[in-house]
Structures are given as C-alpha cells and as structure tokens.
Write a protein that binds this ligand. Structure first.
Ligand code: OFO
Length: 167
C-alpha cells in the first residue's frame, strides 16, 4: 500500500488504542462515584475505540501493509466531576476528528481511493461521536443532582453494537 498512508494510518490506529485507554481511565473514575450507568456507557466507549483500531488494523493487513503497535503516555485518571469527564471527552473527540480529516486529505492527495472509502466511515463516525458527547454535556447541565440518578438509568441501557471491522 501507499507508504505515506501506511505510516499515517499506523499513527491513527495507535491513537484509537490510546483513545480506548483514555475512556477506560474515565470509566474507572466513574466507578469510584458508583455511577453504574456512566460506567456502562464508558465501557462501551472503550470497546468502540478498540473496534475502530481493529478496523484500521484489518485494513492495513488486507492491503499488504505492516501494523506497528506503539506506546503512549498515561491517560488522565482523576477528575473533579462528571461534567469534567464529558468535556474532556468532547475535546478528545474533536482532536480525533481533526486527525481523521487530515488523513482523508492525505488520501485525496495520494489518490488512494480504497483509503478514501475506508476513511469516509470514520468521518461519519466522528459526527456521531461528537454529537453523543455534546448532547450528554447538555443533559448533565440540565439535570440537577436529583436528575443525575434518572440519567444514570438511561445510560445503563446502552448496548455495544459490533461494527464491520473487515476494512
Ligand atoms: Fe475512534 O472515535 Fe472516538 O476517539
């Protein structure tokens, strides 16, 4: 596969794994508050990020490239509030979106049509990711402490929907 794309997708798939660990740390902070619904929601977020990484890995392998797994810095483990967790999540997703868009730009520059096809899935996914966190932030701001319990119940119903990771 195209060398530049192979390198850039490797960077991104490692960032997806890093994202998974960002959410895993948040999930465990929420465990410390005994907010079971938020814990469930963030556990699914963790699983989704690993699936995003897997989809990229499958694609690189399918195209005869080489996947390289790298390390990363410790994620943030301590927060002041649920709202801080959600605001950090939205900021993180905006950074992911920025990176996906620059990958897409590279794919166009290199006329790498299969990568453009793959990346469109991630472009669409990021719209949903940012929307999920934006809405959650608004809901948390709306509800007072008494309402947090109700929202927690709602979040507990989220289920993981496997994506097609075939690349
Ligand atoms: Fe992989 O989309 Fe969130 O980070």
């Amino acid at each position: 596969m195209n060398n530049k794309l192979e390198k850039a997708i490797n960077t991104q798939l490692n960032f997806e794994i890093e994202s998974a660990f960002v959410y895993l740390a948040m999930k465990n902070y929420l465990e410390s508050l005994s907010l079971d619904g938020f814990v469930n929601w963030f556990d699914i977020q963790f699983q989704e990020e690993m699936a995003h990484a897997q989809k990229f890995m499958n694609y690189v392998n399918e195209r005869g490239g080489r996947v390289e797994i790298r390390g990363f810095e410790d994620p943030k483990n301590n927060f002041e509030s649920v709202l801080e967790v959600l605001e950090a999540s939205l900021a993180h997703e905006k950074e992911v979106t920025r990176r996906i868009h620059s990958l897409m730009k590279l794919a166009y520059e290199e006329n790498d049509y299969p990568s453009i096809g793959l990346l469109q899935w991630y472009v669409d996914e990021q719209v949903e990711e940012e929307d999920n966190f934006s809405k959650l932030i608004e809901k948390v701001k709306m509800v007072k402490n008494s309402g947090l319990y109700m929202l927690d119940k709602e979040l507990a119903t989220r289920v993981f929907v496997p994506i097609n990771t075939a690349g």
